[in-house]
Design a protein. Sequence first.
Length: 191
Amino acid sequence: MSILVTSASGSNGDGYGALLSFRLDGTFIGSFSDDPRIVDPRGMSVSPDRQHLCVNSGNDRILALDTKGMVVRDTGSVPGLNAGGGNLGPDGRYYVGLRSVRTIAAFPPYLNGAAQSVLPASAVTYPRGFAFGTDVIHPVSRVSASYQSAGWGERRAHRLTSTAHPAATIRQAVAEQRGSRPEPGSLHADS
């Protein structure tokens, strides 16, 4: 068993721009894959059968690797994807945080089709990661400056249910945690 780590490159972290492998004792093994399509890797998720690893590549594509680090699936270039975190969902689709569009989208299970928006554009300010609960997505995002000044800190998890409009649900969750009523349109992205 090894630990796989995405190491960002360039302006995203001045790292190695690679998917790195370590032993459990911390000993560096090397790059998990030398495939040139892995550029500035970001989010990743292991399939339930532990036979595939989905990786968000910084060159606007999603890759699926086998246990030997070989690419077995590739979405091809998806202009403007700018993927952040990623998770395999309970329905088998690969969910990706779209940093520029500020939303979450889902690719089909075999990465063999276009992504579908799960949340409306701008629903989640700069999505960094998310997890699944029962009928709930918990995104982690940057909170607007007005909430930071109220002592909120930089990151928050918000509860989004499938029955309510996501932006309204986020405003409601934020207001409940602050102990006040939400103001219409009160959760917006800061530049």
